[in-house]
Design a binder for this molecule. Structure first.
Ligand SMILES: Cc1cc2nc3c(=O)[nH]c(=O)nc-3n(C[C@H](O)[C@H](O)[C@H](O)COP(=O)(O)O)c2cc1C
Length: 192
């Protein structure tokens, strides 16, 4: 059910590294994403998929994780994602740098929901070394990376919770670092 999928689709930062993706599996995710709503139906988004260990290992250090918990250096060694999909904008098709950001969000969420439906999961990574990634992936000048999606088989527990008494919605972890808590604002506090 959609509700279950949406709730299960969390930002995972720990994975079972023994799970490897096939090219077809990732292509299936992108195939679904390409059929979603698109601003003026211009569709400038293009996708780089990485699933071979060597390339995945090269992309990982270019991604920045859990900025609110910098001391933890997530993901922990041995629990890294095993695939990346980089959502890019073809500037020759649509050159406005911000107009297609909603499209990026829609396709990213679609890919993550598709992964969740298969018992997999991921994390959107907006904080990454753009220039280095572009070079590493050999992307031509007019292809701009916009968002990286890390993917894998989740190996951590994430619990949705309420904001703290002081109103903080900063995510946090249990002492042993294994359980991740994500405060979400209450319904009554977001309806205008
Ligand atoms: C557009 C976008 C960019 C994000 N970029 C990063 C990122 O660079 N690194 C990271 O660890 N998490 C990133 N996240 C994940 C958020 O931190 C996460 O969605 C938030 O903590 C709430 O957790 P939840 O997704 O489980 O609800 C990003 C999320 C979104 C929507």
């Amino acid at each position: 059910m959609l509700r279950d999928l949406v709730l299960k689709n969390r930002s995972y930062r720990g994975y079972d590294e023994s799970y490897r993706f096939s090219r077809e599996e990732l292509l299936d995710f992108v195939d679904l994403a390409r059929q979603t709503a698109a601003s003026a139906n211009i569709q400038p988004l293009k996708y780089h998929i990485a699933y071979e260990k060597e390339q995945v290992d090269q992309i990982q250090p270019l991604t920045r994780w859990a900025g609110s918990l910098p001391q933890l250096n997530l993901p922990y060694p041995g629990t890294r994602p095993t695939a990346f999909i980089t959502i890019c904008q073809d500037m020759n098709i649509g050159s406005n740098p911000t107009s297609f950001l909603p499209d990026v969000g829609i396709t990213a969420q679609t890919i993550l929901l598709a992964a969740t439906e298969k018992g997999l999961g991921g994390c959107m990574i907006g904080s990454f070394e753009k220039v280095e990634l572009k070079t590493l992936l050999n992307l031509p000048e007019h292809i701009e990376p916009k968002l990286v999606i890390a993917l894998g088989k989740p190996a951590e527990e994430i619990i949705l919770t309420e904001p703290k008494e002081d109103g903080s919605v900063k995510y946090y972890r249990s002492e042993d670092g294994k359980t991740h808590y994500v405060p979400k604002r209450k319904l009554e506090d977001i309806i205008l």
